[in-house]
Design a protein around this ligand. Structure first.
Ligand code: KIV
Ligand code: NA
Length: 275
């Protein structure tokens, strides 16, 4: 299993880091079997698994519950779990207690937190306590109410300079990596060049040290619209619809189950049954 130090080494040697979200036993098992470097139990589960409109309603209990399932499916992969909305802002004590729960009870190897500003001091407290932290800058979906939607961040020179500063502060605070979401590729390249820790991009161009995608986006699984930055590598929707549709037809016309799906008993037993 790769560790935080291995991801640092990968940046140094130029080996790209592959990261994918997973939310349950089968998705984690598939990600590990395929050879993914790192799994993210993202709070995106609120949208792609639980059907909410945003990540805001996701609770710490949700994150712990799904992390446990992921860990059962991927025993040999580094697992990062998102700290959900408002779970790392109230107080230092509250933040540490919640992160400890995600690590001890959930079994995650690291936590991820969104944003800069006051979050920087939380990153420092967490890493000082022995909890590896992944930072997340650019489009931070837990700020959707402030952003007024999901928009590309860091497009002006001023915003871009702030993003570079924020990334450096995350590194200084002890973060082992930083996710850059929906930022111009030029800015992601700048941040990647200026940091010692790896950058993991999503909608941030090809120059970051790694990439992360949402499991259901990559596979077109249960969702119909994906952002511009997603590449569709599979089409689970059409496989599932075709299979379920065929099953319904077969049930209706009696062609399922077939002989091979049925159990039987011997005739000499059968003659003693009087219905
Ligand atoms: O929750 C999530 O899936 C994420 C990734 C998009 C980085 O935070
Ligand atoms: Na997230």
């Amino acid at each position: 299993m790769k560790q935080t130090t291995d991801f640092l080494k990968m940046k140094e040697t130029g080996e790209k880091i592959s990261m994918l979200t997973a939310y349950d036993f089968p998705s984690a098992k598939l990600a590990e079997e395929a050879g993914i470097d790192m799994i993210l139990v993202g709070d995106s589960l609120g949208m792609v698994v639980l059907g909410y409109d945003s990540t805001i309603p996701v609770t710490v209990d949700d994150m712990v519950h799904h992390t446990k399932a992921v860990k059962r499916g991927a025993k040999n992969t580094f697992v990062v779990t998102d700290m959900p909305f408002m779970s790392y802002h109230l107080s230092r004590e509250d933040t540490l207690r919640t992160a400890a729960r995600i690590i001890q009870e959930g079994g995650a190897h690291a936590v991820k937190v969104e944003g800069s500003g006051e979050v920087i001091s939380m990153i420092r407290s967490l890493t000082n306590s022995g909890i590896p932290v992944m930072a997340h800058l650019g489009l931070t979906p837990q700020m959707v109410g402030i952003f007024g939607g999901y928009k590309v961040q860091g497009k002006t020179a001023e915003a871009a300079n702030q993003l570079i500063l924020d990334a450096k502060m995350c590194e200084e605070a002890g973060a082992f990596a930083v996710v850059l979401e929906c930022v111009p590729k030029q800015i992601a390249e700048q941040v990647t060049a200026q940091l010692n820790i790896p950058t993991i991009g999503i909608g941030a161009g090809v120059s970051t040290d790694g990439q992360v995608l949402v499991f259901h986006d990559l596979l077109s699984y249960g969702i119909n619209r994906v952002p511009k930055f997603v590449k569709k590598y599979g089409d689970v929707n059409s496989v599932a619809l075709e299979s379920i549709g065929q099953y319904i037809l077969d049930v209706k016309n009696g062609s399922f189950p077939e002989e091979s799906h049925s159990y039987s008993m011997k005739n000499e037993e059968l003659i003693h049954i009087y219905g």
